[in-house]
Design a binder for this molecule. Structure first.
Ligand code: SF4
Length: 256
């Protein structure tokens, strides 16, 4: 009887979590996997190549877009909507750097290469994965989205995936930010504190390539560029669904 009032409140709340995180119909201004036309005129592609502020578009050897560099500003689509468009497909994480490069004509191409997944991480972390987040000069946008992964909507914890404070109690790190000089050493210490085997996830374009700061003398990527990366999650910032679906593909976890 004591809890009757609380139970009534819970009933009025209904189910708040998204039941199937692998089949969400995203609405609104979300920018997901790009599609590039196979019939684009070379002059148009070269124009976009010069126009893109982060050099994510290439005209040679084939019209392509590197999601590991793209800041998803969508200016290229506004300029040439006939040859490039961003879809609402949020399953854009890849376990290889080259997997982030979308080529003209690519549609629904799998971005996770199962042959490259380390067998031991699936075996060990498939039922529970504890992660330490390292904000290495980030602007708090990807960090907020990672936080959202554990909220009542996405409820990543129900799959055994959670963030923890101590790297010694974790199975891997999730890096955000372009890795500033000041954070390079902290990143190294955190990575080394995680017991092996451990996984590395780069979340957001800044962590993957430096993003807008790629040419800045204030960043130092010498250490992170030597790490074996298990998962790249593009976005600026990332979307929780991209992050959770990427891990689920990597570790063969069902999301429904
Ligand atoms: S959306 Fe990406 S590819 Fe297009 S202009 Fe912006 S950064 Fe460049």
């Amino acid at each position: 009887m004591i809890f009757l009032k609380e139970l009534k409140i819970l009933k009025t709340h209904g189910i708040q979590y998204i039941n199937d995180l692998s089949a969400v119909n995203l609405k609104g201004p979300f920018r997901g996997r790009p599609e590039l036309s196979e019939n684009a005129a070379n002059d148009d592609v070269v124009e976009l190549e010069r126009f893109c502020p982060v050099r994510a578009i290439a005209s040679q050897p084939i019209f392509s877009l590197d999601m590991g560099k793209c800041v998803f500003c969508r200016e290229c689509q506004f300029r040439k909507p006939d040859i490039i468009r961003f879809t609402d497909d949020y399953k854009i994480a890849s376990n290889s750097r080259e997997g982030l490069v979308i080529r003209a004509g690519d549609k629904n191409t799998p971005l996770i290469d199962s042959a490259k997944i380390r067998k031991e991480i699936v075996k060990i972390f498939g039922k529970a994965l504890k992660l330490r987040q390292v904000s290495a000069g980030g602007d708090n946008s990807c960090e907020m989205e990672l936080n959202a992964c554990g909220n009542v909507n996405f409820d990543m914890g129900r799959f055994g995936i959670e963030f923890h404070a101590s790297p010694r109690h974790c199975d891997g790190i999730v890096v955000t930010g372009p890795v500033s000089q000041n954070m390079s050493e902290a990143l190294k210490l955190t990575y080394e504190a995680v017991p092996s085997p451990k996984i590395v996830i780069l979340a957001g374009v800044d962590a993957i390539s430096g993003g807008l700061f790629a040419d800045s003398p204030a960043i130092d990527r010498s250490y992170i560029d030597r790490l074996h990366v298990d998962l790249y999650v593009p976005g600026n910032p990332i979307h929780p669904l991209s992050f959770i679906n990427g891990i689920s593909h990597l570790l063969n976890i069902r999301l429904n």
